[in-house]
Design a protein. Structure first.
Lengths: 254, 204
């Protein structure tokens, strides 16, 4: 008996529709979020993440409606975020039906935001999302959907974010995102060693073997993927059966 | 049957309502002493902070009505922080008294593994459980917490191990509680909610 490694499908949305791209660009439509959520709920997803990658203030009511529609389909936890800049915006996302919220750009500009969110909703509801890219011999955190470098070391920022109140880290490798070349195990392991909270690895998911690698070598507690699930390249059930057979603790469903 | 979710200004009521609704069970919300008194069964959901929960119950004058309902034998299901609130006190808010349906303290889990305890875990059964009837021994449930009751005496019917062994399911008379979120735990969680509704006299 031990805590299962989680498999988490991610719905990147423009607020209303699921979109996808490679290395954060060339976005195209990939379906209705509620329909995909219903499918993943049945197929054995352990959690679902829904992000508003446009995160424009004008579209926020649309995104909140998307969260409501997605939450209505789920009997598993839901994490949502994108552009959350203050406690009130966080509350709106949780009230719409999310169990946890992600923060990224606003937290790096204003780390006390993490403390305020944790005080209001509990650390278990605050996920610090970090977009990181290899620069020389370290990883640098980028903000605004991966478009703006910060000069901040991603591993040090993860550690600071946890000290401020984050209850989980979602680490996305910008080098791997959308490439289907495997997760960034060195990055994930560096983050995982640096913090005491659970770590979700994101970017580069491909074959079941890549998930095994990120759980073993990357020391991830959970792994997130989008297109391989949306395009039915990889089934959730088959993935979990493979991991289970390899001795990884996973929640088998059906 | 008249099943009510205790509303105290926080928590995850909509997800519990949706989970009940999927079972064909309609619930309402109770936020006043009068509303609590008229219920056949109560659910106390909970997310957040022990002290904040107890102060919210206190501000709404719900602490004694909840205790009275329990002493009348009204079935009560506590979820996550709702389980913790049933104890006398918590490390999370040392100055705030709990509902004290159980005399023990809720402890901060020792940092032996990653915290918060976040994700799906299995149960270790200690005593026969009505709430777990029909639930597979190896079923997984969704947890998200850093505090837990390490002991509930005879009321502890199932435990979970993360950082330390802690009470995952408790039952005593008509009082039931889970440290995990049945409303977020897929079909196994749904079975638990269904069992509670049936135990409370409805057709779960």
């Amino acid at each position: 008996m031990s805590l299962a490694h989680r498999i988490i499908p991610c719905l990147d949305t423009d607020g209303e529709r699921v979109v996808k791209g490679v290395n954060f660009v060339n976005l195209r439509d990939a379906g209705d979020p509620a329909a995909l959520a219903a499918r993943y709920n049945i197929e054995g997803a352990d959690e679902l993440v829904v992000l508003d990658i446009a995160a424009s203030r004008d579209h926020r009511p649309t995104f909140l409606e998307t969260i409501r529609r997605v939450a209505a389909e789920l009997a598993i936890p839901l994490t949502a975020g994108g552009g959350v800049a203050n406690v009130d915006e966080g509350r709106a996302i949780l009230r719409a039906g999310a169990d946890k919220l992600t923060v990224n750009t606003a937290a790096i500009r204003n780390p006390p935001l993490l403390t305020a969110l944790a005080a209001e909703f509990g650390s278990q509801a605050v996920v610090l999302a970090i977009d990181a890219k290899r620069v020389g011999d370290r990883w640098e955190a980028f903000v605004r959907g991966g478009s703006v470098p910060t000069g901040i070391d991603a591993v040090a920022w993860a550690r600071q974010g946890v000290d401020c109140g984050a209850g989980e880290i979602l680490i996305t490798s910008m080098d791997k995102d959308g490439t289907r070349s495997g997760f960034d195990c060195p990055l994930t392991a560096a983050i995982s060693r640096a913090v005491s909270v659970p770590v979700i690895a994101s970017g580069g998911a491909d074959t079941p073997e890549t998930f095994l690698e990120v759980f073993r070598e990357g020391r991830a507690d959970a792994a997130l993927a989008a297109s391989i699930f949306h395009d039915s390249i990889q089934g959730l059930g088959a993935l979990k059966r493979y991991l289970g057979a390899q001795g990884v603790s996973v929640r088998q469903t059906g | 049957m008249n099943i009510a979710l205790v509303e105290y200004g926080a928590g995850n009521l909509p997800s519990v309502e949706r989970a009940l609704s999927r079972l064909g069970v309609e619930s309402r919300r109770a936020s006043t002493p009068e509303a609590l008194a008229g219920c056949d069964a109560l659910i106390l959901p909970g997310v957040g902070h022990f002290g904040a929960l107890m102060r919210s119950l206190d501000e709404r004058s719900l602490v004694n009505p909840l205790r009275d309902a329990v002493s009348r034998g009204t079935p009560l299901l506590g979820i996550c922080l709702g389980l913790q609130a049933m104890f006398a006190s918590s490390d999370e808010a040392p100055g705030d008294a709990g509902l004290a349906l159980f005399p023990q303290n809720v402890s901060a889990l020792p940092p032996a593994d990653r915290l918060p305890h976040m994700g799906w875990n299995q149960l270790r059964r200690a005593r026969p459980s009505k709430l777990l009837e029909g639930v597979r021994q190896d079923a997984y449930f969704y947890f998200a917490h850093s505090y837990a009751a390490l002991d509930a005496g005879e009321a502890g019917v199932a435990y979970c191990d993360h950082c330390a062994p802690f009470v995952a399911v408790l039952e005593q008379g008509s009082v039931f509680a889970t440290q995990f979120h049945p409303e977020k735990s897929g079909p196994a969680g749904s079975q638990i909610l269904s069992n509670f509704v049936r135990l409370a006299g409805g057709k779960g």
